[in-house]
Design a protein around this ligand. Structure first.
Ligand code: ADP
Length: 781
């Protein structure tokens, strides 16, 4: 097929060239040739046709093929995308249904950059900047839409929030679920809700169907297909969901029961097999060229790509099907893989050396993308590279070092997408955010540390903790692929070939390894009381579900019989973790009355780290003395509060203030963004008044604040043992105060902490001193 029809080539977005006079339109026209060359355009007609006939489409295509930016634009001109007035059954009410396309992203940065890009491509202003804007976005703490929004990028969490207000998503004609392969908890909930909705007859929408497009770079497409079809077939046949639709005996527990979920995955996805092929390529001797995987799902499995067959080879009744599939053939250039001969201990150092090696050896152009584990490693490598780059000789091109992580303020994130000045190589230091979420052009070299920070539920202490763990093979393949987007590239893996082969094939879905309390609260608030029979793509264990229910009960979000109460409903509406949500609700109670301060602290806690991590010993004293005025002996929560307040009170030069105190100005800008949003929300709801002066931070006030945090964090507490160590109050596990804490090395009766981190040992981070009787009081004993 051709890349596009001649008409659409002449008239991008239905506009004639004559009209395209304004700068916005001129830019849109200039982008059009690039757009139409994207692989997805060759399937535009197939995608449109598929969704005219069916309600659900599964779309697989590798990163950069144009799924996120083009598919909403391909669909927005379809007649089913227009809004309609309908009268709801059993009521006289006439409501407006549809008109807008929602597209969900796992990360804020992707939602915002994609919205900006699509607005540019359509020649329309972005979001709330103009009432005529057609493209907007909605992310935590930032909603930028207009009354004319036709395409709205949202984080997964925000779509779930909208479902609390409008369970049938009446403002949308379609929901596009992007990046499903990431498999965060929220996307699994969305998939479950979408399945229920598409098989529920659309009653709440006056029978106007909601079209659902599920998009993925590495989809386990067969499983997704079965997932959506099972519900539909069950509905069509009038059977209960607990019955096996295919009648396959080894399949019959698929949607019933909640145990034994990990093993119970009978579908070996075609992708696994495709990966095996690419593994073969990676086994080639080091330095040898290996072509990167093309997602030949069907072929690798011996099937036709669009064959509607179930995994056990039995033909479905096609007339009953409501799912259609589309597969975009990828375009990838070969990428040469280099492994280290020995395991690498200090991979920040190894990455540093590799960056300079490439920079000296390899010709321009060709930017370098480095995958690291988190904000902290990104920032420490950033300062090292910047320092060394100063000593580059004049005849070597310059380096432009650009960090990229989720908590980075928007303006800084945008810099990554701008072209580098002449004779300058971009060095992008990213977390796994750059794996599939954002496409940065110009990259020819990838350095992969082989690790990522992941959240894992530790059932002994009943908490999520952050662990640095090896990535999966499919993540390593994605990272490698970033080097071959525009030309042949090179990938330097900072691990041995043997370690690569030891990696697990795919990422474990978050729902199988994380605390589920927020997910369950969202489900309950959305009216799902029967958690066990909710259609999960991967069923969490009974143990994990019970722990989450117990935690919600302990936080006072559920009644004795397990139904959601007023506190729970309020918590579900807050864009915060259940613990922080509980604290913020408590803050408004007369007993505490400290909303303003709690917002300040929560804003800091939602940004990874505001204090710069300065490793060198000689600087330590200087840093300590600079920060002395901010330090509070009660602990980190109060120190954060004084820091935010001092920063907010600084009227002259906030950047200089931050530098003077060895605080990340960048992080403080992000804190300020969050704080502004939370304050505005609370002022609007009249929970917060615009106070002229903040409360004096007396020691009574400090106690009130810490006690208020205990309302949400009573489970995150540990007491001092006679031997000087701390043991968790729940689970009796040893935990040490993290060196980044102001209380590091201090001995206090008991501690409350914001998070549990496991590196070489278990650490509590974000720590405040508490008394055991406060903990007892909070626990109601
Ligand atoms: P996919 O969703 O399949 O990964 P995208 O639609 O996100 O693909 O991106 C398609 C192409 O559009 C990219 O390869 C890139 O060339 C271009 N693109 C996307 N976002 C931006 C951006 N913010 N700035 C510049 N180019 C972009």
């Amino acid at each position: 097929t051709q890349n596009s029809t001649p008409e659409s080539w002449k008239k991008p977005n239905g506009m004639t060239h004559k009209l395209a006079q304004s700068p916005l339109k001129a830019k849109a026209d200039a982008l059009w040739p690039l757009r139409k060359s994207l692989p997805v355009w060759s399937l535009a007609q197939e995608i449109r046709q598929g969704l005219r006939e069916k309600d659900v489409m599964l779309l697989v295509g590798e990163t950069g093929s144009g799924k996120s930016t083009q598919v909403p634009q391909i669909l927005t001109t379809e007649s089913w995308c227009n809004s309609r007035s309908v009268t709801l059954k059993n009521s006289e009410k006439t409501v407006c249904v549809g008109g807008c396309i929602a597209i969900t992203e796992p990360r804020r940065v992707a939602a915002i950059t994609l919205a900006r890009r699509v607005a540019e491509e359509m020649g329309t202003p972005l979001g709330s900047s103009s009432p005529a804007s057609k493209v907007g976005y909605s992310v935590r703490f930032d909603n930028s839409t207009s009354p004319c929004t036709k395409i709205k990028f949202l984080t997964e969490g925000m779509l779930l929030q909208e479902m609390l207000r409008d369970p049938w998503l009446k403002s949308y004609s379609a929901v596009i679920v992007d990046e499903v392969h990431e498999r965060g908890v929220n996307v699994d909930l969305i998939l479950g809700f979408m399945r229920n909705m598409t098989t529920g007859g659309f009653e709440g929408r006056g029978r106007v169907p909601l079209k659902v497009v599920v998009m993925s770079a590495t989809a386990e497409i067969e499983r997704l297909e079965n997932f959506f079809e099972e519900g539909y077939l069950a509905m069509s046949k009038g059977l209960g969901l607990e019955q096996s639709v295919t009648g396959d005996s080894d399949n019959e527990s698929e949607w019933s029961g909640i145990s034994d979920s990990v093993q119970r995955n009978p579908h070996v996805p075609a992708q696994h097999k495709a990966n095996t092929i690419s593994d073969g390529l990676d086994h080639s001797p080091r330095g040898e060229s290996s072509s990167v995987i093309g997602y030949k799902l069907g072929q690798a499995n011996g099937d036709e790509p669009h064959n509607l067959s179930n995994p056990n080879g039995k033909e479905r009744n096609k007339s009953l099907s409501h799912v259609t599939k589309c597969h975009i053939e990828g375009r990838q250039h070969p990428v040469t893989v280099h492994y280290t001969s020995e395991p690498v201990q200090d991979w920040v150092d190894a990455a540093l050396r590799t960056i300079f090696q490439i920079h000296h050896k390899e010709p321009m152009p060709g930017d370098i993308l480095v995958f690291l584990t988190g904000q902290e490693t990104v920032e420490s490598l950033e300062s090292l590279v910047t320092e060394y780059a100063l000593s580059l000789s004049r005849d070597v091109p310059k380096m432009l070092v650009l960090p990229l992580f989720a908590a980075l303020p928007q303006t800084a994130q945008q810099r990554v997408f701008q072209p580098a000045p002449p004779r300058t190589r971009k060095i992008i230091l990213a977390t796994n955010i750059a794996e599939t979420s954002v496409t940065v052009s110009g990259v020819r070299f990838v350095i992969d540390c082989g690790k990522a920070k992941i959240k894992q539920f530790r059932s002994r202490i009943g908490l999520d903790s952050l662990l640095v763990k090896p990535i999966s093979k499919s993540a390593a393949i994605q990272r490698k692929g970033r080097a071959g987007r525009e030309a042949p590239g090179q990938c330097y893996r900072l691990y041995t070939e043997a370690s690569y082969h030891e990696m697990q094939q795919n990422n474990t879905p978050e729902i199988l390894r994380c605390d589920l309390s927020h997910a369950i609260l969202t489900m309950k608030a959305r009216g799902v009381d029967d958690i066990i029979n909710f259609p999960f793509l991967d069923q969490p264990s009974r143990d994990a579900l019970e722990k989450a229910l117990l935690q919600l009960y302990q936080l006072g979000a559920l009644t004795d019989s397990g139904t959601i109460n007023e506190t729970g409903t309020q918590m579900a509406k807050l864009p915060l973790t259940v613990s922080l949500g509980r604290v913020l609700i408590a803050a408004a109670e007369p007993e505490f009355n400290c909303v303003s301060e709690v917002i300040d602290i929560i804003s800091c806690l939602s940004v990874e780290n505001i204090f710069l991590n300065l490793a060198s010993e000689e600087k330590k004293e200087e840093v300590e003395s600079a920060r002395r005025e901010l330090y509070r002996r009660e602990g980190d929560h109060l120190t954060l509060l004084t820091t935010v307040q001092a920063y907010a009170a600084e009227n002259s030069d906030r950047k200089a203030w931050a530098e003077r105190h060895f605080i990340s100005h960048r992080a403080m800008q992000a804190v300020t963004d969050v704080r502004k949003q939370l304050r505005a929300q609370h002022q609007q709801a009249q929970i917060l008044r615009q106070e002229a002066t903040p409360h004096q931070l007396t020691s009574e006030r400090a106690t009130t604040l810490v006690k208020c945090f205990l309302k949400g964090f009573k489970m995150n507490t540990a007491r001092l043992m006679p031997d000087g160590s701390y043991k968790t109050v729940v689970g009796n596990q040893t935990v040490a105060i993290h060196p980044s804490s102001g209380l590091f090395g201090k001995k206090v009766e008991a501690i409350m902490y914001n998070e549990f981190v496991f590196t070489t040992k278990s650490y509590a981070r974000g720590v405040s001193a508490v008394q055991m009787d406060w903990v007892g009081e909070a626990m109601g004993v």
